[in-house]
Design a protein around this ligand. Sequence first.
Ligand code: ADP
Ligand code: MG
Length: 324
Amino acid sequence: MRLKELGEFGLIDRIARRVQNCPSVVLGIGDDAAALLPTPGTLTLITSDMLLEGVHFDLSFCDPQSLGRKSLAVNLSDLAAMGARPRQFLLSIALPTTISLEFVDGFMAGILEQAERFDVTLVGGDTCASLGGLAISITALGEQTPERVVRRSGAAPGDLVCLTGTVGDAALGLSELRRGERQGFLVERQLDPTPRVAAGVALAEAGLASAMIDVSDGVLGDLTHICELSGVGARLELAGLPLSEEYRAACGADPFALALSGGEDYELLFCIRKEKRGEVEELLEALGLRFTVAGEIVAGNSVQMVAPDGSAYQPGKLGFDHFG
Ligand code: ADP
Ligand code: MG
């Protein structure tokens, strides 16, 4: 069958039939608005991210399932960075009239597979035809008790600057895709990132993170956001940046450039009091995640970068900026 024969309501119905019931969803897809039952005593955290063909993804090198998983992953990553437990999401899509039903089915399979993995429920959205490219917008809702929510603004001098996982992989993966490479670790990190939901929630609920952000714009840009909102500076030891073997093998002469400015790793960058280091290390190890201390929060208002030889490192471009 073709999308045209199915029509808007046929497509919504096809999506709704694949969504399972959930106790927090009093009314899901099908009415004018969804009705949700919040967990008593929690705040609702809500975030939205848009993915546009030609700006955020290229259909010549991303398969529909991965695109579906990534569309939800980037939103779950924002909730994780607040320490929120993801609950529900809305999906709005603008579909080019030429798109195949097979593509839409694959995309929905990817989204719903990711939703099941992270225990979130699709509760509504909007479906339109696009005269341009494919556009995807997801709004995700999460919950956390007020005192456990982690903001960008809580870092204090003396805190350690920490990271989960490795950085730079996704940006290098993108340049490999543009050169024609279609598989491998770096390409996977670009096309199919894993949001660090369990880590974000665990750090928040154990009261370990003083500030947190997900690495979507690059370590330097995202650490700068924390510094600005916390009214502090930071010293970043470049020798301490967590780089994967695959990244090191392919990054070229300057291993720090992409690791600092490349986005889309969706790791967590967070600050902790020095004395909590052992506890955090244990917590992340139990989740199977690499943990790295890459620097320290200092008084001031800038991020100083220290090259492995002790000299000051001068960066090129500062993170990703749509209008920059
Ligand atoms: P309205 O015209 O009242 O806005 P719609 O016809 O757009 O309603 O949507 C009907 C129902 O289907 C609503 O519950 C809406 O949330 C849901 N819905 C529409 N598009 C999607 C989508 N892409 N994914 C999930 N739910 C959707
Ligand atoms: Mg509508």
